[in-house]
Design a protein around this ligand. Structure first.
Ligand code: 13P
Ligand code: SF4
Length: 301
């Protein structure tokens, strides 16, 4: 089958099954191209909550499909690559959050969306990389536990008066980018602006011109007069930047920064998933009900 045949087949199946296809900015190019919406974690969570289709096909990793299933328990949520796990989400469990609450009873708990449903259920509110500071500032508590990403927590701590307590989790994709990568990229592309993700290490963030979520980077590049950009995030986003921002040149800060789990979704798996309406993401309602409170609180802000 040609790429066009595959795309036509997926669009027909999506219509037949009344499905919306959501894809994260890090998905492989072919998957981005057949999606109804390509976006960052916040945009995709909003789409999952607002779209009317009966079925959501989530081209991303498990916590994203879980979030969609929590927000829309009446819908069928499909994760075409059921083994697409986010290692950072596995770095903290519900019991760890209960332990933190006992140790810091006055603190609010902010869970990054890159967490399991169980962790969200133990938290007060969720955040994404696009809204983390806004979420922290919206809280009445002066002490805030941000989990599990230590880099995102340290980034937010730069801009708030609140005391930020962190968990030692990290995204291996972003945490492996170094200041040596920055020096090399600046030498290779002296006129380029450096945009990095808040999941990067503090010393990399110190050297950046701007810090954005994935879709924040696309909006920044689209609106900028500049032509050259180095991006400190997963290179899957380059396809979306090239589509949305013609005439711009984008270079990855590190060629090694590939999220293998984001690459597990293929067009064949999307077809199979739509044909069979499997594998489904189902979250037990007793956990989903509590996790929903934290996610919906975020979406209201
Ligand atoms: P955003 O797209 O929300 O910036 O998140 C990046 C990420 O690492 C998702 O797993
Ligand atoms: Fe998880 Fe990092 Fe991959 Fe995002 S890029 S899914 S945070 S490992």
């Amino acid at each position: 089958m040609t790429a066009r045949d595959i795309s036509t087949k997926i669009r027909l199946l999506a219509e037949e099954k009344n499905a919306v296809i959501l894809a994260h900015n890090y998905q492989v190019a072919g998957v981005q191209d057949i999606a109804d919406i390509v976006g960052d974690s916040l945009e995709l969570a909003r789409a999952a909550a607002e779209r009317r289709e009966e079925t959501i096909v989530f081209c991303g990793v498990d916590f994203m499909a879980e979030t969609a299933a929590i927000l829309s328990p009446e819908k069928t949520v499909l994760l075409p690559a059921p083994d697409a796990h986010c290692p950072m989400a596995g770095m903290i469990a519900g019991g760890d959050v209960r332990m933190l609450r006992e140790r810091f009873p006055d603190a609010a708990v902010v869970a990054y969306v890159n967490t399991t449903a169980e962790v969200k259920a133990e938290s007060d509110i969720c955040c994404t990389s696009a809204n983390a500071l806004k979420i922290v500032e919206s809280l009445k508590e002066d002490q805030v536990i941000m989990l599990p990403d230590r880099n995102l927590a340290r980034y937010v701590a730069r801009f708030t008066e609140k005391e930020i307590l962190l968990w030692e989790g990290y995204c291996y994709v972003h945490d492996r980018m170094t200041s040596a990568d920055v020096s090399r990229a600046r030498l290779d592309h002296p006129d380029a602006e450096l945009l990095v993700h808040p999941e990067c290490r503090p010393d990399v963030i110190d050297l950046a011109d701007y810090v954005h979520s994935t879709s924040g980077m696309i909006r920044h590049i689209y609106a900028s007069d500049k032509v050259d950009f180095i991006i400190g995030t997963e290179p899957g986003i380059i396809h979306q930047i090239e589509k949305q921002c013609p005439g711009k040149r984008v270079y990855p800060l590190s060629e090694k920064a590939v999220c293998m789990n984001m690459k597990k979704t293929s067009l064949e798996k999307v077809i199979q998933s739509l044909e069979t309406l499997t594998p489904q993401m189902v979250v037990p309602e007793e956990i989903a009900a509590r996790a929903r409170v934290a996610i919906e609180r975020m979406l209201q802000i």
